[in-house]
Ligand binder design. Structure first.
Ligand code: FES
Length: 109
């Protein structure tokens, strides 16, 4: 049986009025390329990283806390809120590269 390939997916909500999510998704893609992390090597397994925009993650009450976008990362089960394009380099370096959750961006439930 063919095994499903390992993929880490970043879903970025683009339902904000100013569509900041589109800029966040663009910045994440740029950083993945710049930092050479479009493919991750974790525990001997390679994982592809995909950034996808989506209509709404239904985390709007969190988005209203600030002008950024919500970002969900699967299969990590991590939800970031109020993410701005300038946060993309930290998400790629710290979360994807180093495997560390970025506490300042975490949604609080
Ligand atoms: S507007 Fe959709 S999750 Fe924030």
């Amino acid at each position: 049986m063919k095994s499903a390939s390992a993929v880490t997916r970043l879903f970025v909500c683009t339902a904000q009025k100013d569509e900041v999510g589109k800029d966040v998704a663009k910045a994440l893609k740029t950083e993945l390329k710049k930092q050479g992390l479009k493919t991750l090597l974790t525990g001997g397994t390679t994982r592809k990283v995909r950034v996808q925009t989506c209509n709404c993650l239904d985390l709007c009450k969190h988005c209203k806390k600030g002008p950024g976008a919500a970002v969900a990362i699967y299969p990590d089960n991590v939800f970031y809120g109020d993410v701005k394009p300038k946060d993309a380099s930290d998400i790629v370096r710290e979360h994807l590269g180093d495997g560390r959750v970025i506490k300042r961006l975490l949604l609080d439930g």
